[in-house]
Design a protein around this ligand. Sequence first.
Ligand code: SF4
Ligand code: SF4
Length: 395
Amino acid sequence: MIRMSSPNEFAQEKGRPVKGEGWRLSEEEYERLQDPRSVGLDVRSEGWRVGEEEWREWLGTLLRSGSRLVAPVEEDGLSLFRAVSSAAEVSLRGYGNTRWSPKEFLFPATEALFSYRLLGDEVELGAPPADGGEQVLFGLRPCDAAGLARLDEIFLEDGEDPSYAARRDRTAIVSLACDTARPECFCTAVGGSPAGTEGSDLQLLPLDGAWLLRALTPKGAQLVPASAAGWTPASAADWRRAEELRLAVEESIERDPLSPEWAPVLEGAFAQPLWEELGQRCVGCGVCAYVCPSCSCFDVKDEGDAFCGARCRLWDSCTLPQFTRHASGHDPRPTRPSRYRQRVLHKFAYFPLQHGGRLMCVGCGRCVRLCPVGIDIRESVERAFSAGASGEGRP
Ligand code: SF4
Ligand code: SF4
């Protein structure tokens, strides 16, 4: 139970002047607040207990305001993210994770970057077609929201990509904490949580048939409708229950950590013969990259002819045979094992070494579930780390 400290208690306990608000925390609550994976029991943030009727009404308000609303829907027996025209289309019940990640709404599978037209000796360049205004991505699992935060690092921090930046700027993300974990889920092994907040502007936390809605960023707070004045504020019991459910889901994920601290050892395992065995199974279909929320490889092609057309960007994958082939015909990764190694090491060695220890995998489990030959990236990382750490088979 968390209760507000009185000013005197605060001053006595901290031995310093009373400024602002203070909260009395038990040791256990303090520990949880230190845990970056924790929902945080942030008693300062506002939260509401909302039922299905309330969130559907809210989504209706967003649609009427002209926002594009992207949310999980049921389609041909699959759960998929789609732009919806009515709140009634949204399906949150019984959905573990969508078949595809929601990344296509920030990083489309194909997009025109600009058009070109030859006018005598001059080339006229045109802006790409406008693709809409504000959009709300609703109902993303926390792993997917964290995956989009990785895309932010790639497209915004390592040199800003104007197309991505414009789309990102007008996008708000509402995540949906998990009330169950699929067998392939491993967010906790890569530093995430079933109620992780990274990449989210607002979050819905399950509450036994209702939800606790909390705003996490100023952008999220702006999305809360005026009608929230009539919503029931979340009680301390609601926050506690949300935390209990988070812990229960976390405990159901039985995976040892895949630590970012392994990155140097994995990088050092580059020449291990083990990659031959791991990568020979890969058929180079690219599915793992296409369904992954944090994979960002793309190719650029001109669609048109020498006189007019458009320069397009389209998803690509490092496991596909032509991905690294040079114009000369030379391919520095000519075999399936060398390409599969690149996929694993990029996510678990190169990216964390370049981005302050942040892994480029958020544990959504899609590649584990959908790889047609049953390759499990978790096992690959563990085996490569063991081989690298022991020096076994080192050439
Ligand atoms: S899904 Fe499996 S077979 Fe296909 S490219 Fe990825 S690892 Fe290889
Ligand atoms: S590598 Fe696999 S488990 Fe990790 S984020 Fe991508 S699809 Fe999900």
